[in-house]
Design a binder for this molecule. Sequence first.
Ligand code: NAI
Length: 317
Amino acid sequence: MSQLSFKDKVVIITGAGGGLGKYYSLEFAKRGAKVVVNDLGGSLSGQGGDAKAADVVVNEIKAAGGIAVADYNNVLDGAKIVETAVKNFGTVHIVINNAGILRDASFKKMTEKEFQLVLDVHLNGAYQVTKAAWPYFRKQQYGRIINTSSPAGLYGNFGQANYSAAKSGLIGFAETLAKEGDKYNIKANTIAPLARSRMTESILPPPILEKLGPEKVAPLVLYLSHEDNELSGQIFEVAAGFFAQIRWERSGGILFKPDASFTAEVVAKRFDEILNFDDSKKPELLKNQHPFMLNNYNELVANARTLPPNNAAGAPT
Ligand code: NAI
């Protein structure tokens, strides 16, 4: 198999002064990409700033013969980051929305500022950078976007209401960009990684951290960003050498006749049926269409079970 080359491709990687982003930068550069290494060099909680973080990565890339430029802007100034790419390399082809911070607290104790700040960096930051890159993507009929979600965004995590909200938001954001970008050859996907970095160093035990090298996440990010990848609007989990796709699943569901009593009691009565996944649907279609949009809707309704009259509006037994 020939090497996946990124020659002449311009990639912006946000939060690339350390952790996962640093790894991505080195890998893209090794494969010929022109890399914008963005990082404001703040603390894990998003305080302070230090140009050194991005500079160190750029120097490493250049020392190895690669092409890179440092950018120290906050992702919330996304237009400036894209400007760095355009000024230095003429355009942008790939955006890796990777910058992130943590402000963990139980929901009871979480302040509005903590909630907002985390949403700002992860979600609004990704919005700002992508929004500024979008016109270039459309014009050149080429764009690749990787959003960085998290298992916390997929499943929730204690103490991370802010982070999970932001990380789920990134999934929906990419799913819509995938649809809108389709005719312009813009692909947008989301990863939910787990890796050793300052984000996880104080949380996970050393034997687990040992297995979670950031180099085990980079291959998926590179492939999804490559022109060979046709997939868009998808979600992947990646950690410690494990790669998997995540997709939604809808239970078989039930269809009430429109003239049935649509009461909370009837829902309660048939709740087990609503939760029954024996006849679950997983097709791509599921993301776009409800049964009520299907052509055979009338037929489905005609065949829908009618509740016995004594139960139609009554309390569950
Ligand atoms: P990290 O803390 O090493 O890297 C994040 C980088 O983002 C830092 O270098 C930081 O300076 C930069 N950054 C923060 N706010 C910024 C801003 N406003 N503008 C520009 N840069 C900013 O953490 P790690 O682990 O490499 O995280 C990378 C991404 O992966 C984050 O989005 C994180 O939420 C996500 N992630 C990481 C997991 C892990 O296990 N390490 C798990 C799930 C998701």
